[in-house]
Ligand binder design. Structure first.
Ligand SMILES: Cc1cc2nc3c(=O)[nH]c(=O)nc-3n(C[C@H](O)[C@H](O)[C@H](O)COP(=O)(O)OP(=O)(O)OC[C@H]3O[C@@H](n4cnc5c(N)ncnc54)[C@H](O)[C@@H]3O)c2cc1C
Length: 447
Protein backbone atom coordinates (compact mmCIF):
# COMPACT_ATOMS: atom_id res chain seq x y z
CA UNK A 1 0.00 0.00 0.00
CA UNK A 2 1.36 3.43 -0.92
CA UNK A 3 1.96 5.76 1.96
CA UNK A 4 0.61 9.31 1.73
CA UNK A 5 3.15 12.12 1.39
CA UNK A 6 1.28 14.32 3.87
CA UNK A 7 -1.43 14.34 6.52
CA UNK A 8 -2.71 17.19 8.70
CA UNK A 9 -2.42 15.00 11.78
CA UNK A 10 0.10 12.18 12.06
CA UNK A 11 -0.23 9.91 15.08
CA UNK A 12 2.63 7.51 15.82
CA UNK A 13 1.60 4.37 17.72
CA UNK A 14 -1.50 2.21 17.41
CA UNK A 15 -1.89 1.59 21.13
CA UNK A 16 -4.45 2.95 23.58
CA UNK A 17 -3.24 6.55 23.38
CA UNK A 18 -2.55 6.86 19.66
CA UNK A 19 -5.86 5.30 18.69
CA UNK A 20 -7.91 7.13 21.30
CA UNK A 21 -6.38 10.42 20.14
CA UNK A 22 -7.04 9.55 16.49
CA UNK A 23 -10.67 8.59 17.15
CA UNK A 24 -11.40 11.67 19.23
CA UNK A 25 -9.61 13.98 16.81
CA UNK A 26 -11.77 12.59 14.01
CA UNK A 27 -14.93 13.10 16.07
CA UNK A 28 -13.97 16.60 17.20
CA UNK A 29 -12.94 17.76 13.72
CA UNK A 30 -16.22 16.48 12.33
CA UNK A 31 -18.27 18.08 15.12
CA UNK A 32 -16.62 21.46 14.47
CA UNK A 33 -17.01 21.18 10.71
CA UNK A 34 -13.22 21.40 10.41
CA UNK A 35 -12.57 18.08 8.71
CA UNK A 36 -12.72 14.53 10.03
CA UNK A 37 -11.03 11.15 10.12
CA UNK A 38 -9.56 11.56 6.64
CA UNK A 39 -7.25 14.22 8.12
CA UNK A 40 -5.77 11.75 10.62
CA UNK A 41 -3.13 9.14 9.83
CA UNK A 42 -1.94 6.58 12.40
CA UNK A 43 1.33 4.75 11.75
CA UNK A 44 2.78 1.84 13.65
CA UNK A 45 5.91 -0.19 12.99
CA UNK A 46 4.18 -3.35 14.19
CA UNK A 47 0.43 -3.72 14.18
CA UNK A 48 -2.58 -2.59 16.15
CA UNK A 49 -1.91 -3.33 19.86
CA UNK A 50 1.69 -4.37 19.12
CA UNK A 51 3.04 -2.60 22.20
CA UNK A 52 2.26 -2.42 25.91
CA UNK A 53 -1.46 -1.97 25.28
CA UNK A 54 -1.61 -5.42 23.73
CA UNK A 55 -0.10 -7.20 26.75
CA UNK A 56 -1.52 -5.11 29.60
CA UNK A 57 -3.39 -6.74 32.43
CA UNK A 58 -6.12 -4.24 31.51
CA UNK A 59 -7.02 -3.06 35.01
CA UNK A 60 -9.12 0.11 35.16
CA UNK A 61 -9.14 1.71 38.60
CA UNK A 62 -9.47 5.07 40.28
CA UNK A 63 -7.40 4.16 43.33
CA UNK A 64 -4.65 6.76 43.22
CA UNK A 65 -3.24 8.77 46.09
CA UNK A 66 -2.61 11.74 43.77
CA UNK A 67 -5.74 13.93 43.32
CA UNK A 68 -4.84 14.81 39.71
CA UNK A 69 -4.48 11.14 38.78
CA UNK A 70 -7.80 10.31 40.41
CA UNK A 71 -9.67 13.02 38.54
CA UNK A 72 -8.09 11.95 35.28
CA UNK A 73 -9.04 8.31 35.92
CA UNK A 74 -12.64 9.24 36.70
CA UNK A 75 -12.76 10.94 33.29
CA UNK A 76 -11.31 7.84 31.62
CA UNK A 77 -13.73 5.50 33.39
CA UNK A 78 -16.57 7.52 31.85
CA UNK A 79 -15.06 6.91 28.41
CA UNK A 80 -14.79 3.15 29.10
CA UNK A 81 -18.41 3.19 30.23
CA UNK A 82 -19.51 5.02 27.07
CA UNK A 83 -19.26 1.80 25.01
CA UNK A 84 -18.39 -1.25 27.15
CA UNK A 85 -19.13 -3.68 24.32
CA UNK A 86 -16.83 -2.09 21.75
CA UNK A 87 -14.12 -1.63 24.37
CA UNK A 88 -14.53 -5.15 25.80
CA UNK A 89 -14.84 -3.50 29.20
CA UNK A 90 -15.98 -5.39 32.31
CA UNK A 91 -17.21 -2.99 35.00
CA UNK A 92 -16.74 -5.40 37.91
CA UNK A 93 -15.24 -2.82 40.27
CA UNK A 94 -11.91 -2.76 42.02
CA UNK A 95 -10.66 -3.39 45.57
CA UNK A 96 -7.64 -1.97 47.35
CA UNK A 97 -6.99 -4.08 50.44
CA UNK A 98 -4.30 -2.60 52.67
CA UNK A 99 -2.26 -2.83 55.87
CA UNK A 100 -2.14 -0.23 58.63
CA UNK A 101 0.77 1.69 57.10
CA UNK A 102 -1.42 2.52 54.09
CA UNK A 103 -4.70 3.11 55.95
CA UNK A 104 -4.54 6.90 56.10
CA UNK A 105 -3.46 7.22 52.45
CA UNK A 106 -6.36 5.05 51.32
CA UNK A 107 -8.80 6.84 53.65
CA UNK A 108 -7.88 10.10 51.93
CA UNK A 109 -8.43 8.47 48.54
CA UNK A 110 -11.88 7.40 49.71
CA UNK A 111 -12.75 10.89 51.00
CA UNK A 112 -11.70 12.49 47.75
CA UNK A 113 -13.62 9.89 45.74
CA UNK A 114 -16.72 11.00 47.63
CA UNK A 115 -15.91 14.62 46.74
CA UNK A 116 -15.76 13.85 43.02
CA UNK A 117 -18.80 11.54 43.13
CA UNK A 118 -16.86 8.34 42.41
CA UNK A 119 -18.80 5.54 44.11
CA UNK A 120 -16.83 3.52 46.65
CA UNK A 121 -17.10 1.91 50.08
CA UNK A 122 -14.39 2.16 52.76
CA UNK A 123 -14.06 -0.34 55.59
CA UNK A 124 -11.66 0.28 58.47
CA UNK A 125 -10.35 -2.02 61.20
CA UNK A 126 -8.90 -5.53 61.09
CA UNK A 127 -12.10 -7.31 62.22
CA UNK A 128 -14.37 -5.21 60.03
CA UNK A 129 -12.12 -5.73 56.99
CA UNK A 130 -12.03 -9.52 57.53
CA UNK A 131 -15.81 -9.60 57.87
CA UNK A 132 -16.30 -7.60 54.67
CA UNK A 133 -13.89 -9.83 52.75
CA UNK A 134 -15.46 -13.04 54.07
CA UNK A 135 -18.80 -11.69 52.91
CA UNK A 136 -17.32 -11.80 49.43
CA UNK A 137 -15.13 -14.92 49.72
CA UNK A 138 -15.67 -17.66 52.33
CA UNK A 139 -12.03 -18.69 52.04
CA UNK A 140 -10.50 -15.23 52.58
CA UNK A 141 -7.47 -15.54 54.89
CA UNK A 142 -5.07 -12.66 54.20
CA UNK A 143 -3.27 -11.29 57.25
CA UNK A 144 -2.27 -7.80 58.27
CA UNK A 145 -5.25 -6.11 56.62
CA UNK A 146 -6.83 -3.10 58.33
CA UNK A 147 -8.70 -1.36 55.53
CA UNK A 148 -10.63 -2.18 52.37
CA UNK A 149 -11.50 0.32 49.66
CA UNK A 150 -14.12 -1.11 47.33
CA UNK A 151 -14.53 0.97 44.18
CA UNK A 152 -17.89 0.17 42.62
CA UNK A 153 -16.80 1.51 39.25
CA UNK A 154 -13.82 0.46 37.15
CA UNK A 155 -12.79 -3.15 36.54
CA UNK A 156 -10.83 -4.33 33.55
CA UNK A 157 -10.87 -4.57 29.77
CA UNK A 158 -9.56 -7.35 27.54
CA UNK A 159 -6.29 -5.91 26.34
CA UNK A 160 -6.17 -6.43 22.55
CA UNK A 161 -9.95 -6.53 22.11
CA UNK A 162 -10.31 -3.00 23.48
CA UNK A 163 -7.58 -1.65 21.22
CA UNK A 164 -9.19 -3.28 18.17
CA UNK A 165 -12.48 -1.74 19.32
CA UNK A 166 -10.86 1.71 19.27
CA UNK A 167 -9.24 1.03 15.88
CA UNK A 168 -12.59 -0.03 14.38
CA UNK A 169 -14.27 3.10 15.66
CA UNK A 170 -11.47 5.31 14.32
CA UNK A 171 -11.51 3.61 10.90
CA UNK A 172 -15.29 3.94 10.75
CA UNK A 173 -14.72 7.71 11.04
CA UNK A 174 -12.27 7.61 8.14
CA UNK A 175 -8.96 7.49 10.06
CA UNK A 176 -6.25 5.65 8.15
CA UNK A 177 -4.13 3.19 10.14
CA UNK A 178 -0.89 2.14 8.44
CA UNK A 179 0.93 -0.75 10.07
CA UNK A 180 4.41 -2.05 9.27
CA UNK A 181 5.75 1.50 8.85
CA UNK A 182 8.64 2.51 11.11
CA UNK A 183 9.36 6.11 12.05
CA UNK A 184 13.10 6.70 11.76
CA UNK A 185 13.37 10.44 12.45
CA UNK A 186 11.87 13.88 12.01
CA UNK A 187 12.49 16.73 9.63
CA UNK A 188 12.36 20.07 11.41
CA UNK A 189 11.17 23.37 9.92
CA UNK A 190 13.63 25.78 8.33
CA UNK A 191 12.31 28.79 10.17
CA UNK A 192 10.88 27.09 13.23
CA UNK A 193 11.44 24.35 15.75
CA UNK A 194 8.38 22.48 14.53
CA UNK A 195 8.31 19.00 13.02
CA UNK A 196 7.72 19.54 9.31
CA UNK A 197 7.68 15.87 8.35
CA UNK A 198 7.94 12.39 9.76
CA UNK A 199 10.64 10.24 8.17
CA UNK A 200 9.79 6.57 7.86
CA UNK A 201 11.32 3.47 6.31
CA UNK A 202 8.68 3.85 3.59
CA UNK A 203 9.17 7.54 2.87
CA UNK A 204 8.53 11.01 4.19
CA UNK A 205 5.15 12.21 5.48
CA UNK A 206 4.67 15.96 5.94
CA UNK A 207 2.40 16.95 8.83
CA UNK A 208 0.87 19.98 10.51
CA UNK A 209 0.55 18.31 13.89
CA UNK A 210 2.22 15.23 15.33
CA UNK A 211 1.13 12.98 18.21
CA UNK A 212 3.53 10.50 19.77
CA UNK A 213 1.89 7.64 21.61
CA UNK A 214 4.69 5.12 21.59
CA UNK A 215 4.58 3.68 25.11
CA UNK A 216 7.92 2.07 26.08
CA UNK A 217 9.55 3.45 22.90
CA UNK A 218 9.08 7.07 24.06
CA UNK A 219 12.80 7.17 24.95
CA UNK A 220 13.67 6.88 21.24
CA UNK A 221 11.14 9.50 20.17
CA UNK A 222 12.42 11.88 22.84
CA UNK A 223 15.87 11.48 21.28
CA UNK A 224 14.50 11.98 17.77
CA UNK A 225 12.92 15.23 18.98
CA UNK A 226 16.36 16.18 20.36
CA UNK A 227 15.00 16.69 23.87
CA UNK A 228 17.31 16.43 26.93
CA UNK A 229 18.34 13.02 28.25
CA UNK A 230 18.68 14.42 31.76
CA UNK A 231 16.74 17.19 33.46
CA UNK A 232 16.67 19.26 36.63
CA UNK A 233 13.95 18.36 39.10
CA UNK A 234 13.02 20.74 41.90
CA UNK A 235 12.11 18.47 44.79
CA UNK A 236 9.17 18.90 47.12
CA UNK A 237 11.68 20.30 49.62
CA UNK A 238 12.64 23.08 47.18
CA UNK A 239 16.11 21.63 46.46
CA UNK A 240 17.18 21.26 42.85
CA UNK A 241 18.34 17.84 41.68
CA UNK A 242 20.44 18.04 38.54
CA UNK A 243 21.17 15.44 35.85
CA UNK A 244 18.15 13.32 36.65
CA UNK A 245 17.64 10.80 33.82
CA UNK A 246 14.45 11.58 31.92
CA UNK A 247 13.57 7.89 31.48
CA UNK A 248 13.89 4.67 33.46
CA UNK A 249 12.58 1.20 32.74
CA UNK A 250 10.78 -1.16 35.06
CA UNK A 251 9.91 -4.77 34.36
CA UNK A 252 6.24 -5.57 34.95
CA UNK A 253 5.88 -8.99 36.54
CA UNK A 254 2.66 -10.68 35.49
CA UNK A 255 1.40 -14.18 34.87
CA UNK A 256 -1.58 -16.53 34.70
CA UNK A 257 -2.71 -19.36 36.95
CA UNK A 258 -4.24 -21.99 34.70
CA UNK A 259 -7.51 -22.59 36.52
CA UNK A 260 -10.97 -22.04 35.06
CA UNK A 261 -11.60 -18.28 35.27
CA UNK A 262 -14.81 -19.16 37.15
CA UNK A 263 -12.62 -20.65 39.90
CA UNK A 264 -12.47 -17.17 41.42
CA UNK A 265 -16.06 -16.06 41.86
CA UNK A 266 -17.62 -14.46 44.92
CA UNK A 267 -19.79 -16.38 47.42
CA UNK A 268 -22.88 -15.63 45.34
CA UNK A 269 -21.25 -16.89 42.15
CA UNK A 270 -20.63 -13.44 40.61
CA UNK A 271 -17.48 -12.33 38.82
CA UNK A 272 -15.41 -10.53 41.49
CA UNK A 273 -13.93 -7.05 41.45
CA UNK A 274 -10.31 -6.77 40.39
CA UNK A 275 -8.36 -7.47 43.57
CA UNK A 276 -5.31 -5.58 44.75
CA UNK A 277 -3.87 -6.70 48.09
CA UNK A 278 -0.95 -5.03 49.86
CA UNK A 279 0.19 -6.24 53.26
CA UNK A 280 3.16 -6.20 55.60
CA UNK A 281 2.34 -9.65 57.00
CA UNK A 282 5.26 -12.02 56.26
CA UNK A 283 4.81 -13.98 53.06
CA UNK A 284 5.69 -17.67 53.24
CA UNK A 285 6.21 -20.09 50.39
CA UNK A 286 3.15 -22.12 49.55
CA UNK A 287 5.57 -24.89 48.53
CA UNK A 288 7.87 -25.36 51.52
CA UNK A 289 6.84 -22.72 54.08
CA UNK A 290 10.11 -20.75 53.73
CA UNK A 291 9.94 -16.99 54.26
CA UNK A 292 9.68 -15.15 50.92
CA UNK A 293 9.56 -11.65 52.37
CA UNK A 294 8.80 -9.86 55.61
CA UNK A 295 8.58 -6.47 53.89
CA UNK A 296 5.53 -4.73 52.49
CA UNK A 297 4.40 -6.70 49.43
CA UNK A 298 1.48 -6.55 47.06
CA UNK A 299 -0.31 -8.43 44.31
CA UNK A 300 -3.26 -7.94 41.99
CA UNK A 301 -5.42 -10.53 40.27
CA UNK A 302 -8.66 -11.17 38.44
CA UNK A 303 -10.33 -14.05 36.63
CA UNK A 304 -9.96 -13.37 32.91
CA UNK A 305 -11.40 -15.40 30.04
CA UNK A 306 -9.07 -13.67 27.56
CA UNK A 307 -6.02 -15.00 29.46
CA UNK A 308 -7.96 -18.16 30.29
CA UNK A 309 -7.23 -18.26 33.99
CA UNK A 310 -6.64 -16.05 36.98
CA UNK A 311 -4.31 -13.36 35.74
CA UNK A 312 -2.38 -10.74 37.67
CA UNK A 313 0.94 -9.48 38.88
CA UNK A 314 3.12 -8.18 41.68
CA UNK A 315 5.47 -5.25 42.26
CA UNK A 316 7.69 -4.56 39.26
CA UNK A 317 11.47 -4.34 39.51
CA UNK A 318 13.67 -1.58 38.17
CA UNK A 319 15.77 -2.46 35.13
CA UNK A 320 19.38 -1.64 36.00
CA UNK A 321 20.78 -1.65 32.44
CA UNK A 322 21.78 1.93 31.45
CA UNK A 323 18.69 3.47 29.92
CA UNK A 324 20.12 3.92 26.40
CA UNK A 325 21.19 0.27 26.32
CA UNK A 326 17.79 -1.18 27.26
CA UNK A 327 16.63 -3.42 24.38
CA UNK A 328 12.92 -2.67 23.95
CA UNK A 329 12.64 -4.95 20.91
CA UNK A 330 11.58 -7.66 20.67
CA UNK A 331 8.93 -6.50 23.09
CA UNK A 332 6.90 -8.22 25.80
CA UNK A 333 6.69 -12.02 25.85
CA UNK A 334 8.95 -12.11 22.75
CA UNK A 335 11.82 -10.48 24.67
CA UNK A 336 14.70 -12.83 25.56
CA UNK A 337 15.48 -10.63 28.57
CA UNK A 338 12.38 -8.96 29.99
CA UNK A 339 9.80 -11.57 30.91
CA UNK A 340 8.42 -12.61 34.28
CA UNK A 341 10.87 -14.72 36.30
CA UNK A 342 10.33 -18.13 37.99
CA UNK A 343 10.74 -16.28 41.30
CA UNK A 344 7.70 -14.22 40.35
CA UNK A 345 5.57 -17.35 39.81
CA UNK A 346 6.56 -18.69 43.23
CA UNK A 347 5.94 -15.38 44.99
CA UNK A 348 2.64 -14.58 43.23
CA UNK A 349 1.15 -18.06 43.69
CA UNK A 350 2.21 -18.10 47.35
CA UNK A 351 0.61 -14.66 47.74
CA UNK A 352 -2.63 -15.89 46.15
CA UNK A 353 -2.61 -18.77 48.64
CA UNK A 354 -1.96 -16.26 51.45
CA UNK A 355 -5.17 -14.49 50.44
CA UNK A 356 -7.49 -17.42 49.56
CA UNK A 357 -7.47 -21.01 50.76
CA UNK A 358 -8.64 -22.12 47.30
CA UNK A 359 -5.22 -21.21 45.85
CA UNK A 360 -3.19 -23.33 48.25
CA UNK A 361 -1.09 -25.96 46.46
CA UNK A 362 -1.83 -24.53 43.00
CA UNK A 363 1.65 -23.38 41.90
CA UNK A 364 1.84 -26.35 39.52
CA UNK A 365 -1.00 -24.82 37.50
CA UNK A 366 0.93 -21.61 36.82
CA UNK A 367 1.25 -21.17 33.04
CA UNK A 368 4.91 -21.37 32.16
CA UNK A 369 4.68 -19.31 28.95
CA UNK A 370 6.55 -15.95 28.88
CA UNK A 371 4.57 -12.96 30.10
CA UNK A 372 5.05 -9.40 31.32
CA UNK A 373 7.06 -6.62 29.70
CA UNK A 374 8.86 -3.36 30.36
CA UNK A 375 7.42 0.09 30.87
CA UNK A 376 9.14 3.45 30.50
CA UNK A 377 8.88 5.71 33.55
CA UNK A 378 9.39 9.45 33.98
CA UNK A 379 11.50 11.02 36.78
CA UNK A 380 8.55 11.08 39.22
CA UNK A 381 6.78 8.02 37.75
CA UNK A 382 3.78 10.10 36.67
CA UNK A 383 2.76 10.94 33.11
CA UNK A 384 4.00 13.76 30.94
CA UNK A 385 1.36 15.00 28.52
CA UNK A 386 2.72 18.01 26.70
CA UNK A 387 3.55 19.68 23.43
CA UNK A 388 7.18 20.02 22.37
CA UNK A 389 8.76 21.77 19.39
CA UNK A 390 5.53 23.67 18.74
CA UNK A 391 3.58 20.84 17.11
CA UNK A 392 4.72 17.52 18.60
CA UNK A 393 2.38 16.26 21.33
CA UNK A 394 4.05 13.60 23.50
CA UNK A 395 1.85 11.20 25.47
CA UNK A 396 4.30 9.62 27.93
CA UNK A 397 2.07 7.83 30.41
CA UNK A 398 4.83 6.43 32.66
CA UNK A 399 3.19 3.05 32.33
CA UNK A 400 -0.08 4.09 33.98
CA UNK A 401 -1.87 4.22 30.77
CA UNK A 402 -4.01 1.33 29.59
CA UNK A 403 -6.80 2.53 31.86
CA UNK A 404 -6.38 6.09 30.53
CA UNK A 405 -8.54 5.73 27.45
CA UNK A 406 -9.79 9.29 28.01
CA UNK A 407 -6.38 10.94 27.67
CA UNK A 408 -6.62 10.80 23.86
CA UNK A 409 -9.93 12.62 24.06
CA UNK A 410 -8.37 15.41 26.14
CA UNK A 411 -5.31 15.57 23.88
CA UNK A 412 -7.57 15.88 20.84
CA UNK A 413 -9.39 18.79 22.52
CA UNK A 414 -6.09 20.44 23.34
CA UNK A 415 -4.85 20.06 19.78
CA UNK A 416 -7.94 21.88 18.62
CA UNK A 417 -7.30 24.84 20.89
CA UNK A 418 -8.78 23.93 24.30
CA UNK A 419 -6.73 23.80 27.52
CA UNK A 420 -8.13 20.82 29.46
CA UNK A 421 -7.64 21.39 33.19
CA UNK A 422 -7.25 17.63 33.75
CA UNK A 423 -4.01 17.61 31.73
CA UNK A 424 -2.43 20.65 33.38
CA UNK A 425 -0.85 18.75 36.34
CA UNK A 426 1.06 16.59 33.83
CA UNK A 427 3.05 19.29 32.07
CA UNK A 428 6.79 18.79 31.64
CA UNK A 429 7.45 22.16 33.33
CA UNK A 430 6.40 20.69 36.70
CA UNK A 431 9.88 19.21 37.11
CA UNK A 432 11.63 22.57 36.86
CA UNK A 433 8.93 24.28 38.92
CA UNK A 434 8.82 21.64 41.66
CA UNK A 435 5.10 21.19 41.17
CA UNK A 436 5.25 17.45 41.83
CA UNK A 437 2.54 14.96 42.71
CA UNK A 438 2.34 13.65 46.29
CA UNK A 439 3.90 10.27 47.03
CA UNK A 440 2.04 7.43 48.78
CA UNK A 441 3.15 4.53 51.00
CA UNK A 442 2.23 1.95 48.37
CA UNK A 443 4.95 -0.58 47.40
CA UNK A 444 4.10 0.04 43.73
CA UNK A 445 5.74 2.86 41.73
CA UNK A 446 2.40 3.65 40.09
CA UNK A 447 0.14 4.34 43.09
C1 LIG B 1 2.81 -6.22 31.47
C2 LIG B 1 2.10 -4.91 31.54
C3 LIG B 1 0.88 -4.82 32.20
C4 LIG B 1 0.20 -3.61 32.28
N1 LIG B 1 -1.01 -3.58 32.90
C5 LIG B 1 -1.70 -2.40 32.96
C6 LIG B 1 -2.99 -2.35 33.56
O1 LIG B 1 -3.50 -3.34 34.06
N2 LIG B 1 -3.64 -1.16 33.59
C7 LIG B 1 -3.09 -0.03 33.08
O2 LIG B 1 -3.70 1.02 33.14
N3 LIG B 1 -1.87 -0.05 32.47
C8 LIG B 1 -1.17 -1.21 32.41
N4 LIG B 1 0.06 -1.25 31.81
C9 LIG B 1 0.59 -0.01 31.22
C10 LIG B 1 -0.01 0.20 29.84
O3 LIG B 1 -0.02 -1.00 29.13
C11 LIG B 1 0.74 1.27 29.05
O4 LIG B 1 0.90 2.40 29.86
C12 LIG B 1 -0.03 1.68 27.79
O5 LIG B 1 -0.53 0.55 27.12
C13 LIG B 1 0.83 2.49 26.86
O6 LIG B 1 0.05 2.77 25.71
P1 LIG B 1 0.65 3.55 24.50
O7 LIG B 1 -0.47 3.74 23.53
O8 LIG B 1 1.36 4.76 24.96
O9 LIG B 1 1.81 2.61 23.91
P2 LIG B 1 1.82 1.13 23.29
O10 LIG B 1 0.60 0.39 23.51
O11 LIG B 1 3.11 0.53 23.75
O12 LIG B 1 1.91 1.42 21.74
C14 LIG B 1 3.06 2.00 21.18
C15 LIG B 1 3.12 1.62 19.74
O13 LIG B 1 4.17 2.39 19.14
C16 LIG B 1 4.71 1.61 18.09
N5 LIG B 1 6.04 2.11 17.77
C17 LIG B 1 7.14 2.08 18.55
N6 LIG B 1 8.20 2.60 17.88
C18 LIG B 1 7.76 2.93 16.65
C19 LIG B 1 8.39 3.49 15.50
N7 LIG B 1 9.70 3.80 15.47
N8 LIG B 1 7.64 3.71 14.39
C20 LIG B 1 6.30 3.39 14.39
N9 LIG B 1 5.67 2.86 15.45
C21 LIG B 1 6.39 2.63 16.58
C22 LIG B 1 4.73 0.20 18.67
O14 LIG B 1 4.77 -0.78 17.66
C23 LIG B 1 3.45 0.14 19.50
O15 LIG B 1 2.39 -0.49 18.82
C24 LIG B 1 0.77 -2.45 31.72
C25 LIG B 1 2.01 -2.53 31.06
C26 LIG B 1 2.66 -3.74 30.96
C27 LIG B 1 3.98 -3.79 30.23
Amino acid sequence: MAIPDSSRYVVVGAGIHGLSTALHLAEALEARGQGGGKDVLVIDKGGIAAGASGIACGVVRNNYFQPAMRELMAHSVAVWESDPKAFSYHPVGYMQISPEVMREDVASIYRQQQDIGYESVFIEGAKESALYMKGLYDDWQAKGITSVLHEKKGGYANNTAAIYGLANKAEARGVRILTGVTVTGFEFGHNSEAVAAVETDRGRIACDQLVIGTGPWVRDFWDMLELPKTITVKGRDGAEHHDVPMWRYWQLEEGVLGVEPGYLTTNDGAMPPVMHVDTDAPLYSDVDGALITDRLWGIYYKPDFHFNGVQGGASPYEVTTPVDAVAIDPYGPASPEFVSSPDFAHMWCSALAHCHKRFEGKLGLYKKEPSGGIGCFTPDSFPVFDRFRENAYVIADSNHGYKMIGVGKLVAEEMLGATPALLKPFRFARYAEGDLHPVSHSPFPWS
